[in-house]
Design a protein around this ligand. Structure first.
Ligand code: GLN
Length: 210
């Protein structure tokens, strides 16, 4: 029997699916693409892989996933994506970088230097947790109460500049930062069911919807 007064997804409409219609690109050179795709779908938005400059057309937001930043960097270089992503950011559309993606978003990189986009005024120190505690889970402190953070060979973010907002910390270190429309986490928000980091990206995308 059809449930009389239950609203269907269709009639519940935009109010309950605020991110419907947004298209998010996920840089798909190497790394954790699928869990980000699943998180975007759970949030009610659409996604597509980005491998070439032309894939950036018609996107409302972009994700640089975790993985190996040296490998991802080589792909960005080969495809001319550094310049294209810089132009994407300059157009005001939001970008989220997670772990290796956060390294690529930084102003500069220490440890094992890699070319970065310089979208967030912070220094990323690669593999800063060493080999003994190279992966761990904890709860971050900040506005997003109870935010569970999974770290996998994570970088540490140092010396955030005056325009950088620190949204969450672990042991005093910034783990979730924002500068304008650029967001970065040193942990993996796509590996938990907490959708608040992806929602922050989509919220920025909604505000600059053309
Ligand atoms: N250690 C990797 C790097 O330096 C990042 C790890 C990750 O993205 N999980 O690129």
């Amino acid at each position: 029997m059809a449930g009389g007064n239950q609203p269907t997804t269709a009639v519940a409409g935009r109010a309950s699916r605020p991110f419907a219609g947004l298209r998010v690109g996920i840089v798909s050179i190497q790394g954790a693409v699928e869990p980000h795709a699943a998180a975007i779908e759970r949030a009610g938005a659409r996604w597509k892989p980005v491998r070439h400059v032309r894939d950036l057309e018609d996107l409302d937001a972009l994700i640089l996933p975790g993985g190996e930043s040296t490998t991802i960097s080589k792909g960005l270089e080969r495809e001319g994506l550094y310049e294209a992503i810089e132009a994407f950011a300059a157009s005001g559309r939001p970008i989220l970088g997670t772990c290796a993606g956060a390294i690529l978003m930084a102003r500069d990189v220490e440890g094992f230097p890699v070319r970065s986009l310089g979208l967030i005024d912070v220094t990323a120190v690669r593999n800063a947790y060493g080999t003994q505690v190279d992966s761990f889970a904890t709860v971050a402190q900040g506005e997003l109460e109870g935010l569970r953070a999974i770290f996998i060979r994570a970088p540490r973010l140092k010396r955030p500049g005056p325009d950088v907002e620190v949204l969450a910390r672990v042991d005093g270190w910034p783990v979730f930062v924002r500068q304008g429309n650029a967001l970065a986490t040193t942990f993996h928000p796509e590996l938990t069911s907490d959708g608040r980091v992806h929602a922050a990206l989509l919220e920025l995308a909604r505000k600059c919807e053309r």
